[in-house]
Design a protein around this ligand. Structure first.
Ligand code: PMP
Length: 419
């Protein structure tokens, strides 16, 4: 039994901090980082696929030629040259961006935090896919927004369900502040919003005058190198775009950005300045040089191909190993597979047994604000090599199989015991 400790600062916290709860699974994850555990839980890109020598050369040249500036404070909106280069990156997905409309942030995560801070009062409704990105949930909830989910299927968010949610909220007299979406290779569901649905979602946003926040870390990681049009290309005046170099270059440099039309962009700059004055000038200068001098498109191809092969290894292993009744998504890009186990098994409760069997995943409930997702789990395929992925799936399948057998033998008693 773990000891229940009362926080002695409870009456000091602001309501928004007091409402934050430590994740139940965090303690279990300290086990997941042990080397004997195959962790399918994280979301780490494979930075070993980078040309580290080229990154080192870029950093050395930066210090020799422009070191004093790189080690100085920068402007709140971000390095102008980097913003130009980021427009090139967005151009690879057909986005016609202007450097002036961008604000550089500490990864996409800070962009989400600043947008939540800018747009959400306590109790405000934010619409988001169900499941959705756990870091976005955290950002919205830390400003006490209420996240209402829109169900998804293999083609991404369901526009009919979105229409229903909007009607329901209207009848309750509530106007959602924004729609948050990861339309391409979503984390965690591993699916993309079809092109036809992109138009339908935006038509609904227009009908209900809804601001859309498009979070797009994975758009360039399509296994075939294809892409759906980002929402921002279809309705630039309604969509605030969040980008990041974390998945196409490095998460360690913490370079993300927001692209927003005029007044919204100015507010983001003010919030950014009050958060940390400015983004690290050093990593901005490194990223700008790297994008200017290195063949970054080839690097993205390397990531894509590696992840495509690993995804295939993972899904082939799932098909070969998982017991009847388990299901999973068939990603066409990104880093994640979303899977489900048969009725009666709770992936949150199963995690301790999985860790015991030396495999880790993220239980599905982490990706919902409303407690659903108990039969789901997220598996990452970007970090482990193919053999390790197969090993991980074998262990996971063994744990699920054992649970099914236990349930077949003692089903109702088990449920009573855990209720
Ligand atoms: N959005 C989504 C959907 C993500 O999956 C992530 C990273 N896992 C982020 C934003 C934030 O990433 P970063 O802060 O590294 O840019």
């Amino acid at each position: 039994m773990s000891e229940v400790r009362v926080d002695p600062n409870l009456d000091r916290y602001a309501a928004r901090a007091a409402a934050l709860r430590a994740s139940e699974i965090r303690a279990l994850f300290s086990v997941a980082s042990r080397p004997e555990v195959v962790s399918l839980a994280g979301g780490m890109p494979d930075t070993a696929a980078l040309d580290l020598e080229a990154v080192g050369d870029t950093l050395q040249a930066l210090m020799a030629e422009d070191g004093a500036r790189a080690l100085q404070y920068g402007g709140g909106q971000g390095d102008p040259e980097l913003r130009e280069q980021l427009c090139e990156v967005m151009g690879a997905e057909g986005i016609d961006a202007r450097a002036d409309d961008l604000v550089v942030t500490t990864g996409g995560q800070q962009a989400l935090d600043l947008l939540a801070k800018m747009l959400c009062d306590p109790g405000d409704v934010v619409l988001a896919e169900g499941p959705t990105y756990v870091g976005a949930l955290g950002a919205f909830q830390s400003y006490e927004a209420r996240v209402v989910h829109v169900p998804m299927d293999a083609e991404g968010m369901d526009p009919d369900a979105l229409a229903t949610r909007l009607e329901e909220l209207h009848h309750e007299g509530r106007r959602p502040k924004l729609l948050y979406t990861v339309p391409s290779h979503q984390n965690p569901a591993g699916v993309s919003l079809s092109e036809e649905r992109r138009h339908r979602v935006l038509a609904l946003a227009q009908q209900w005058d809804l601001l859309v926040v498009e979070d797009n870390p994975y758009g360039l990681l399509d296994f075939k190198g294809e892409h759906h049009p980002p929402l921002v290309t279809l309705d630039p005046s309604r969509v605030v775009y969040v980008g990041t170099l974390s998945k196409v270059f490095s998460p360690g440099i913490r370079v993300g950005w927001v692209m927003a039309p005029g007044a919204l962009r100015d507010k983001v700059v003010q919030l950014k300045e009050s958060a940390d004055l400015c983004q690290s000038n050093l990593t901005q200068a490194l990223a700008a040089r790297w994008l200017r001098e290195q063949p970054w498109r080839d690097q993205i191809d390397r990531f894509r191909e590696r992840y495509r092969d690993r995804c295939r290894a993972l899904t082939d292993a799932l098909a070969a190993e998982m017991p009847h009744g388990c299901e999973w998504s068939q990603p066409t890009g990104g880093l994640f597979v979303w899977a489900s186990v048969p009725e009666g098994i709770d992936t949150g409760e199963l995690l301790a047994k999985a860790l015991n069997a030396r495999v880790a995943y993220v239980p599905g409930r982490a990706f919902f604000a409303d407690g659903s997702g108990g039969r789901s789990l997220r598996l990452n395929f970007s970090f482990c090599g193919e053999d390790r992925l197969r090993e991980g799936v074998q262990r996971l399948a063994g744990v699920v199989q054992e649970e099914l057998e236990l349930r077949a033998a003692f089903g109702t008693q088990l449920d009573e015991g855990t209720s």
